[in-house]
Design a binder for this molecule. Sequence first.
Ligand SMILES: C[S@@+](CC[C@H](N)C(=O)[O-])C[C@H]1O[C@@H](n2cnc3c(N)ncnc32)[C@H](O)[C@@H]1O
Length: 359
Amino acid sequence: MTPLEEHLRRLIAVEGPLTIGRFMAEVLGHPRWGYYATRDPLGRAGDFITAPEVSQMFGELLGLWSIERWQAMAAPDRLLWVELGPGRGSLTADALRAAGAVAAFGAAIEVHLVETSPTLRAIQERTLADHAPIWHQRLAELPAAPAIFIANEFFDALPVRQWQRTAEGWRERQVGPGDDGLRLVLAPPAPPPEMPAALATAPIDGVVEIAPARQAVMAELAGHIVEHGGAGLIVDYGHAVSAPGDTLQAVKDHRYAPILADPGEADLTAHVDFQALGAAAREAGAQAWPVIEQGAFLRRLGIEARAGMLKAGADAAQAADIDRALHRLTAADQMGSLFKVMAVTVPGDGPPAGFEDAA
Ligand SMILES: C[S@@+](CC[C@H](N)C(=O)[O-])C[C@H]1O[C@@H](n2cnc3c(N)ncnc32)[C@H](O)[C@@H]1O
């Protein structure tokens, strides 16, 4: 039994079964035994690989996207670059290297990182030493200034709660003790939480996911933009339109794993409901642009041209790597369709780069 499972069993003994949201928060974020506290999970040697770890092109294009937003804001001389859940710091490093070509943008930038994992923070300290970042546990700690927010594969790590529609009514899915390990249990029927109409019509036995923690972070992000100016770019796997479905998944060694086995030893995520996230941004007074697929977004920002430039200076093996990365990031059967991109701006701002069709 992992130390985290022992901890969860003790919690359940005192409090009763845990909501899926509480279980996720403990598994990922427990300060001593949580998944992110105990390891660097990224890359080929880890459990999963993310877009900035696939290729420098991803961060570079997001850096150029940010320059366009900064210019649209009349180029303020102080701009917070805020990355949520920066992993190894690769995205910020690539983005600011590319964007630093515009000297005034580079001079305006102040790097802020929202990160709860001490292990990953130590890696970010090395990767981003030249940028003298300032770390935060929460968005509320940010200074009052215009900000570009970047979140890649961050929202999927924030907890979701699940409810199942049964013949007896809505029942919350919870984690309780089993004879051998933990097991899923259903709470007694109770009035359901407020949910979008598309979820409320789930069929009998259907599962719906609601993520108050994600909605709260998006509300804070949008509130900052409305009050101080700026923009946000959210990239994650998920669906553009709210729909019922159990998307909770565990991944270890680049493979799906059972959700309740060895808690703290596998990553645990759920797909992002972008419609709900957009609604949270709008409720906070911001403009959320229609969601587009990652492949289309990166092509509109010029990823093919960037790959061509990199290949011009590469040997045959490096050129093949660049082609593989381009395919991985953009192809519909890779990350190109499952991953979605949402931009958040101040109401009245023109469309950010890549979102022109939505104007
Ligand atoms: C899947 S990794 C993505 C890393 C990076 N964005 C990338 O694309 O490579 C999730 C990141 O979010 C951080 N994280 C998870 N939950 C968090 C929370 N509640 N608050 C702040 N950071 C969190 C993790 O430590 C990690 O840096």
